[in-house]
Design a protein around this ligand. Structure first.
Ligand code: MN
Length: 291
């Protein structure tokens, strides 16, 4: 073991609404200095902790908005979301599924609670993560990966301790289905009470964990639900031990180490490219998407 220490812990901030459909705690960029450079290649992390939405005939969500220069990754734990984008991508993200949208050169996007689900309402729990794209891929055509739960690689921890569901990258030889533009590991670790798993990623990778459910101990510190742990780059390995049934989202990505010029829904490398993104959006070059 070449132990990785903990650099910072973020407790959940007051949640805020994104549109009228997502009540999120924001962790990246964090109020405590974990900015886009430190979190490279992760740009933003919002987590809608479990919340009960009442039935609504009119689906709640976020109307048409642009993205350029990065990817949005939506992980649905509870509830259903319908996505559409101007490149023709879209679909329904059901419980356990992940949608990996590569906005790249630009899309218009809308994200709503799925219509039938919305009519019934219910428990809603979801993550949205923005992953930056390397400069050479920022103007690629948009792409959409609908990753069903059954497609994910699953590593069973020995002795009914739980399992690790791999979305991207690798865990103990099990690979995740998501195609990424830079090395990224993304997984949901599910633990029975007293379950334990070891994780190892290259030391310089930006590595973090979000406790989705339950309570875990890492480096002899205890973290409860909705706490976010940023690891330092001083080692490769860490162990997560559950003190009760738990779920933890684990992220590790190689930093791109490129300049970041970000504003609102655009993440580019220079101010000039950012200005170009706004101009192209104003000129209608992101295509069309019905409200
Ligand atoms: Mn969006």
């Amino acid at each position: 073991m070449n132990n990785r220490s903990i650099e910072q812990v973020v407790s959940p901030a007051q949640p805020h609404f994104v549109g009228d459909g997502f009540l999120v705690h924001n962790y990246i960029p964090s109020r405590s200095g974990m900015d886009m450079q430190r979190m490279d290649p992760f740009i933003m992390l919002d987590y809608n902790a479990p919340v009960e939405f009442p039935p609504s005939e009119e689906p709640r969500g976020v109307g048409v908005h642009p993205h350029r220069g990065f990817e949005t990754v939506t992980i649905a734990y509870k509830g259903k979301v319908a996505h559409h984008d101007s490149s023709g991508g879209g679909g329904i993200i059901e419980e356990g599924d992940v949608q990996w949208m590569t906005a790249a050169s630009g899309v218009l996007h809308k994200e709503y609670h799925e219509e039938e689900w919305s009519k019934k309402g219910g428990l809603f729990q979801m993550v949205q993560l923005w992953v930056n794209l390397p400069a050479k891929y920022k103007m690629n055509p948009p792409k959409y990966q609908a990753i069903k739960n059954q497609q994910m690689g699953v590593f069973q921890l020995p002795g009914n301790q739980g399992s690790v569901e791999v979305i991207a990258g690798k865990y103990s030889g099990v690979e995740g289905p998501a195609q990424t533009f830079s090395p990224i590991h993304m997984m949901n670790a599910q633990f029975e009470s007293r379950g334990k798993a070891d994780f190892s990623f290259p030391a310089h990778y930006t590595t973090c964990a979000l406790v989705i459910e339950g309570e875990v101990s890492i480096n002899d510190r205890v973290f409860s639900t909705n706490h976010f742990v940023l690891f330092s780059t001083d080692g490769e390995d860490f162990a997560v031990k559950a003190t009760k049934p738990s779920k933890v989202l684990i992220l590790s990505g190689e930093p791109l180490n490129e300049p970041i010029a970000a504003q609102g829904p655009f993440v580019m490398n220079t101010r000039q490219e950012l200005w170009q993104a706004f101009t192209d959006f104003e000129d209608g070059k992101f295509g069309f998407l019905e409200e």
